[in-house]
Ligand binder design. Structure first.
Ligand code: GDP
Length: 444
């Protein structure tokens, strides 16, 4: 998954510190050296890394970390805050025109995901009760117009096109008029990309820009391309004055460099992140949540938001409380699994849970696939009511019975119980880390 190796490396650095009652300056320096390497390996821009480490060190010295009772936690907290800052601090919202329609121009290289993202953005706007119009200005890529029309049809949003014989500037002008005539409050221009930036492309984009006077110029970049993505962003920004960035393909195993450097290098915030091919896989980008996710603190907020959209709100709140307080039984486990299944691809959901990333890494044999989940459910269902509430009752003979009852093996039963215990432990750790008001630094 995205950020996996960065995340694992950082978590390793911090787990070394966490155990220590006292850290010396040398410990902090060692940790920072490892953080620096981890970031460089994740393809974060060299200069960005240098600044980042300097800031973290300065804060660590300022807070006199070595005198704290929980030095490891203080450092994680500092890194967490700096990572958040690095990605823009707070969520950057989509601009809104004083007088509708709000004009959004999507730009980027070919294959970055412009057309797909235009459709996803329209869908997101519809969810907020808006009436977006999509405009097909990419007349060069053979299938682009058709692709946009198919997306529009899929979500029930109008698509304006004049085919591929009219110039993109004319299409854009006519599209804008069309939106005004039809009461569309947002208009999204899907523009052409090239494999490389060239003058002709930029000239065309600038001309469209002049005519439609966009409120947003969103650069769509493929997160998988790492630092290249950042270079692309810089050259687009030099020419067109971007207002924000959309990172796509964060569902792939990007090392994370683009997400972590693009704001620092271009000064433009990441406004949205796309995490899949499906039409509803575009989300507003939350720097603080992404930072916690990278640090293995879990992205409980996103998970809970998803849960609230998809599931019973009471259940979601209860689940969250249980996870925080670590009063967690096999009944809850089963319940949670069922709820989680409704939320989306399991791999993505797992990544949002605290400690999960690490857990997946530590147990290479634990494949998060749907079939496996079916077996896990069978195991839990074969436990008695008592056993589900008090897993410590499960001795060897009970485990054998459960294996027989669920049509699985004792090895699988043992593994699940171990996994469950790890999860509970992780939750305890997490809940002691997170006070009622979020991550604690300093004194207990
Ligand atoms: P364009 O040339 O910039 O318009 O790019 P497209 O919108 O045609 O996208 C190029 C390819 O990337 C398509 O196959 C998309 O399905 C795929 N794609 C776009 N966004 C994502 C994403 O967030 N995740 C994944 N996995 N694929 C994506």
């Amino acid at each position: 998954a995205a950020f996996e190796s960065l995340s694992n490396r950082l978590q390793n650095v911090f787990s070394k510190l966490k155990g220590k009652g006292k850290v010396s300056e040398a410990d902090v320096n060692d940790a920072m050296r490892e953080v620096r390497l981890a970031l460089l390996e994740a393809d974060v821009n060299f200069k960005v890394v240098k600044d980042f480490i300097a800031k973290v060190k300065e804060k660590a010295i300022g807070l006199d970390v070595s005198k704290s009772f929980t030095p490891g936690m203080v450092i994680i907290d500092i890194v967490n805050k700096e990572l958040t800052e690095l990605m823009g601090g707070t969520q950057a919202k989509l601009a809104k025109a004083n007088k509708p329609p709000t004009v959004i121009m999507m730009v980027g290289l070919q294959g970055a995901g412009k057309t797909t993202t235009s459709g996803k953005l329209a869908k997101l706007l519809q969810k907020g009760n808006h009436k977006p119009l999509l405009v097909a200005c990419d007349i060069y890529r053979p299938a682009a117009i058709k692709q946009l029309q198919v997306l529009g049809e899929q979500i029930g949003a109008p698509v304006f096109s004049l085919g591929d014989k009219t110039s993109p500037v004319e299409i854009a002008k006519a599209g804008l008029q069309h939106a005004k005539d039809n009461g569309n409050d947002y208009i999204i221009f899907d523009t052409a990309g090239r494999l490389h930036i060239d003058e002709e492309l930029m000239d065309e984009l600038k001309r469209i820009h002049e005519h439609v006077k966009p409120d947003e110029v969103l650069l769509v970049v493929d997160a998988m391309t790492g630092q290249d993505a950042v270079n692309v962003a810089q050259s687009f920004h030099d020419q067109l004055e971007l207002s924000g960035v959309v990172l796509t393909k964060l569902d792939g195993d990007t090392r994370g460099g683009a997400a972590l450097s693009v704001k620092a290098v271009t000064g433009r915030p990441i406004k949205f992140a796309a995490m899949g091919e499906k039409i509803d896989s575009l989300e507003p980008f939350h720097p603080e949540r992404m930072a916690s996710r990278i640090l293995g603190m879990g992205d409980m907020l996103s998970l809970i938001e998803k849960a609230q959209a998809g599931i019973d709100a009471d259940k979601a709140a209860e689940m969250e409380r249980k996870m925080r307080t670590a009063e967690f039984t096999f009944d809850d486990f089963l319940d949670q699994m069922e709820q989680v299944r409704k939320l989306g691809p399991l791999d993505q959901i797992m990544d949002m849970l605290p400690g999960m990333n690490k857990m997946k890494g530590g147990m290479k044999d634990l494949k998060v696939d749907e079939k496996q989940i079916g077996r896990i459910e069978a195991i839990v269902r074969s436990m008695t009511k008592e056993e589900k509430q008090k897993p410590e009752l499960l001795n060897h003979s009970r485990r054998k019975r459960v294996a027989a009852g669920s049509g699985t093996t004792i090895v699988e039963v043992n593994r699940l119980i171990k996994q469950f215990d790890d999860m509970r432990r992780m939750m305890k750790q997490f809940s002691s880390m997170m006070g009622p008001k979020g991550p604690k630094g300093g004194k207990k």
